[in-house]
Design a protein around this ligand. Structure first.
Ligand code: ADP
Length: 392
């Protein structure tokens, strides 16, 4: 079954085409467009290209998968029809770079490839079993009813880590649980397996996972929460916004813009939003850049430690995404001084693992530490395949 995974940004369209079958998959093609103004045009161009190169005729594409961010009153892995469009548009202001783009892309695919099924996998889906105490903000009931709660994001990435870490830790029972999670729900694993997954990239989050199921994550209501992001603020005391607006004379719109575009690593360092540039400046003696790095590491440790309590122990700690995969120095700083908890890095192994999968824990470590490259598109393809197979 050929499944196209569509990744839509506010001005970009990327795709991967997979051949999926029971127990395996193969990437057939990938491509992308930047500075997109008309999604219909680039989608048609991509499909014509695939046909021209003999990769896939348009009628052979059985389904298109969308990694939707969050929807109002909707999550999970669901057919992308009118209900999904309404859910995305109901929260367009919470994810302005993504929700309108996905809504537009789903409409275009409906027009251009009417014979293919469309499936949305929400980034919030992995958190559907987080206990209510972990999702509820202490806001008035009306706010809660307006949808203001912790949702969590990067669900596809952390779900991949849940499955892959179980495989690496030789816990096939947990890996099986993760594979069937969205179809069967959790509850079949007896012996505990506790993992903390650190997705550290342009956008970052830390998730605690018990027996393949998320117990909580650092991101909350919007992707503007949790760890400091490349140019977004991360967690911020709600009292700070009205105070800053009053004293700096900012409108709500301008305050929001500054917090979503001029904050995070960029805001603290003043250097840039890419960790490579920030780190290079820090090594050259730029104190603001060093502070940005320190704040980032501090927040990773703060969130990871909160899941250590929540989980009551730990078997696996995983680093994934651009920053987590490629920066041994950062992994060393995150793990520093945690020997008493059984978290011990092997400096030589750690130094040697960049952009590839590998174990980096040292001899005698109680907690296995891994680097696992992010693989969100594969999770999408697999979930869409399961969903479409259940519908056919
Ligand atoms: P996203 O998909 O959210 O844009 P990525 O997972 O690609 O993010 O991560 C981007 C971040 O990863 C950048 O901040 C960059 O500094 C870091 N990164 C990517 N590749 C490397 C590398 N080879 N060495 C060091 N850092 C890297």
């Amino acid at each position: 079954m050929k499944i196209l995974v569509a990744n839509l940004g506010s001005t970009s369209f990327k795709f991967r085409l997979f051949e999926m079958e029971e127990g395996g998959e193969c990437l057939l093609a990938e491509g992308g467009y930047e500075r997109v103004t008309d999604y219909g045009e680039v989608i048609r161009d991509a499909l014509e290209g695939l046909e021209r190169e003999g990769v896939a005729a348009q009628e052979d594409i059985a389904a298109v998968g969308f990694k939707t961010v969050l929807g109002r009153n909707l999550s999970g892995c669901v057919e992308a029809g009118d209900e999904v469009l309404a859910a995305l548009e109901g929260f367009s202001d919470v994810a302005p770079a993504h929700n309108p783009a996905y809504a537009a892309g789903i409409r275009q695919f409906r027009k251009i490839l009417p014979g293919a099924r469309r499936v949305a996998l929400f980034e919030t889906a992995f958190y559907q079993w987080v206990p209510e105490a972990g999702t509820r903000y202490a806001v008035p009931r009306a706010w809660h009813e307006a949808g203001i709660r912790r949702y969590g994001f990067h669900g596809a990435s952390h779900k991949y880590i849940a499955e892959r870490s179980a495989e690496l830790l030789a816990r096939e029972d947990v890996a099986t649980e993760v594979r069937g999670l969205y179809q069967n729900g959790p509850g079949r694993v007896e012996r505990p397996l506790r993992v903390i997954s650190c997705h550290l990239g342009g956008s970052s989050s830390v998730t605690g996972i018990r027996n393949g199921v998320a117990v909580g994550t650092s991101m909350g209501f919007s992707p503007q929460s949790g760890l400091p992001q490349n140019n977004r603020v991360g967690d911020l005391d709600s009292g700070a916004i009205p105070h800053a607006a009053r004293t700096l004379g900012l409108s709500m719109t301008e305050a929001e813009r500054q917090l979503t575009a001029e904050s995070g690593l960029l805001g603290v360092s003043g250097v840039g939003n890419d960790m490579r540039d920030v780190r290079a400046a820090a090594l050259e003696g730029n104190e603001d850049a060093q502070l940005a790095v320190d704040v980032f590491v501090h927040e990773i440790r703060r969130w990871a430690s909160s899941f250590l309590f929540d989980l009551g122990g730990l078997e696996g700690l995983v680093f994934t995404a651009g920053i987590g995969e490629n920066n041994p120095w950062l992994r060393e700083e995150v793990c520093a001084g945690l020997e008493e908890f059984g978290i011990i890095l092997d400096p030589v192994r750690n130094e040697g693992v960049r952009g590839e999968e590998g174990e980096i824990s040292g001899v005698g470590a109680k907690v296995k530490i891994y680097v696992v490259p992010a693989n969100e598109e594969l999770v999408l393809a697999r979930e869409v395949y399961r969903k479409v197979s259940s519908l056919n």
